[in-house]
Design a protein around this ligand. Structure first.
Ligand code: FMN
Length: 341
C-alpha cells in the first residue's frame, strides 16, 4: 500500500520519510547522497546557530548552501532571541530554504545554557514568541522540532504544540524522548500517539526508526503523518531506500554490495573535499583534504560496519588524511575481502 504524502504549507512532501537534522552529519554532500539513494520526501540541514549568522560566522554560512537536487529542504535554526531568530530565518529563506525549522530538541549543555534548543521547552512564552517572530519574518512554512519535554515530570509538547500551531507553525516533529534523557532508553512512541490528539498540522514521529517494519509500526501505533530517521541513515542511505520503497508500495531494494558501499565512501569523501574547498575559497590542497576528511572521521568506518575485516580497518579509516590514502585503504580492504570469500 502506498503511504499518502502530506503538505507543509505549500510544500508537497510526496514520500512521508524525513531525513533528520544532524549536526556534523547532514551536510550538503551527505544530503545529496541520501536523496539520490534513499529518496526521502523531505530533508533537513544541520542546525544553524542564529547567533553565528548574526555575527556573520563564515563557517555557519556554509550550512546554508543548497543543491537544487535535494529539494524540498528545510534549514533548521536554533537560538533564544526572537528577533535574531527572525533575522536568521529571513537569511535562510533568501538562501533558498523551502522550510524553516526551529530546533527545540537539542539537549546538549552548550546549546541549552544559552536558553536555546530544548531549554525552550521550559520557557513556553519565549518559545511561542520565537515561533511567531519567525512565522512573521518569512513567506516559507515554519516548522518546529521538539522533544517531549525537559524531564519526565512534564509532557510539555502537547501544550506547546497548540501554542505553536496558533502562532502559525505548519508541521511539528516529536523526538519521543525527554531532553534530560539525551539518547538514553527507548523512544516512547506512545507520546507521539498522544501528540496526535492535539496536533492538526502534519505530525512527524521520530526516535529509533531503523527499518521499514519500524516505520510501519510507528505509523500504525501513533497515526503520525511522516517518519523521521536520523542515526540509522548515517553512512547508510540504503536504510532510507528500504523505508521509502515500502512507503511507495515498491519491492524492497536489494542491499548494497560491498563495491557499491565503497563507491559511496569515495563519493562522500570527494564531495566533502570539494565542498570544503569551495566554501573556504581555496584550491584543493593537502590541508583542505585533511580538514574535510577529519569531518568524516566517525562516518567513513560506519559505511563498512559488519563486513569481515571492517573492525581492523576502523581505526585506519578514521585517521585517513588524504583522498589518495583513502583510495589505497579501500583498495586494500577490497582485496582482503575478495580473498576472504
Ligand atoms: C550526530 C547527531 C546530530 C544531531 N544533530 C541534530 C540537530 O542539529 N538538530 C536536531 O534537531 N536534532 C539533531 N539530532 C537529533 C536527530 O535529529 C534525531 O532527533 C535523533 O537522532 C533521534 O532520531 P533517530 O533515533 O532516528 O536517530 C542529532 C542526532 C545525532 C545522532
Amino acid at each position: 500500500m502506498v503511504w499518502p504524502g502530506f503538505k507543509v504549507g505549500n510544500v508537497e512532501v510526496q514520500t512521508p520519510l524525513v531525513l533528520a537534522p544532524m549536526e556534523d552529519v547532514s551536510s550538503l554532500p551527505m544530503r545529496v547522497i541520501a536523496k539520490r539513494i534513499g529518496q526521502p520526501g523531505l530533508m533537513f540541514t544541520e542546525f544553524v546557530s542564529a547567533m553565528a549568522i548574526h555575527y556573520n560566522a563564515r563557517k555557519t554560512y556554509r550550512k546554508l548552501r543548497i543543491d537544487p537536487e535535494e529539494r524540498p529542504l528545510g534549514i533548521q535554526i536554533f537560538g533564544a532571541d526572537p528577533e535574531v531568530m527572525a533575522e536568521t530565518a529571513r537569511i535562510c529563506a533568501d538562501a533558498g530554504a523551502d522550510i524553516i525549522d526551529i530546533n527545540m530538541g537539542c539537549w546538549v549543555p552548550k546549546v541549552c545554557r544559552t536558553g536555546s534548543g530544548a531549554a525552550l521547552l521550559k520557557d513556553p512564552d519565549t518559545a511561542e514568541r520565537i515561533v511567531r517572530a519567525v512565522v512573521d519574518a518569512v513567506k516559507v512554512p515554519v516548522t518546529v522540532k521538539v522533544r517531549a519535554g525537559w524531564d519526565y515530570s512534564q509532557f510539555a509538547a502537547p501544550d506547546l504544540a497548540r501554542r505553536f500551531q496558533d502562532a502559525g507553525a505548519q508541521m511539528l516533529t516529536l523526538h519521543a524522548r525527554f531532553a534530560k534523557q539525551g539518547f538514553e532508553g527507548e523512544a516512547d512512541w506512545d507520546l507521539i500517539r498522544r501528540m496526535r490528539e492535539v496536533v492538526t498540522v502534519p505530525l512527524i514521529g521520530n526516535g529509533d526508526v531503523k527499518t521499514p517494519a519500524d516505520a510501519r509500526r510507528m505509523r500504525d501505533e501513533t497515526g503520525c503523518d511522516g517518519v523521521m530517521v536520523g542515526r540509522a541513515a548515517i553512512s547508510n542511505p540504503w536504510a532510507l531506500a528500504a523505508i521509502s520503497a515500502e512507503m511507495r508500495g515498491e519491492a524492497a531494494p536489494p542491499p548494497p554490495t560491498l563495491l557499491e558501499r565503497i563507491d559511496v565512501v569515495r563519493e562522500h569523501a570527494r564531495s566533502m573535499v570539494e565542498f570544503e574547498a569551495v566554501e573556504s575559497g581555496e584550491d584543493i590542497s593537502p590541508a583542505v583534504e585533511l580538514r574535510a576528511l577529519s569531518r568524516l572521521r566517525g562516518q567513513l568506518p560506519m559505511y563498512i560496519k559488519g563486513e569481515p575485516g571492517a573492525s581492523q580497518m576502523r581505526a585506519r579509516l578514521s585517521r585517513v588524511s588524504s583522498l589518495q590514502e583513502l583510495d589505497d585503504l579501500l583498495g586494500e580492504f577490497l582485496t582482503l575481502s575478495a580473498a576472504a570469500v
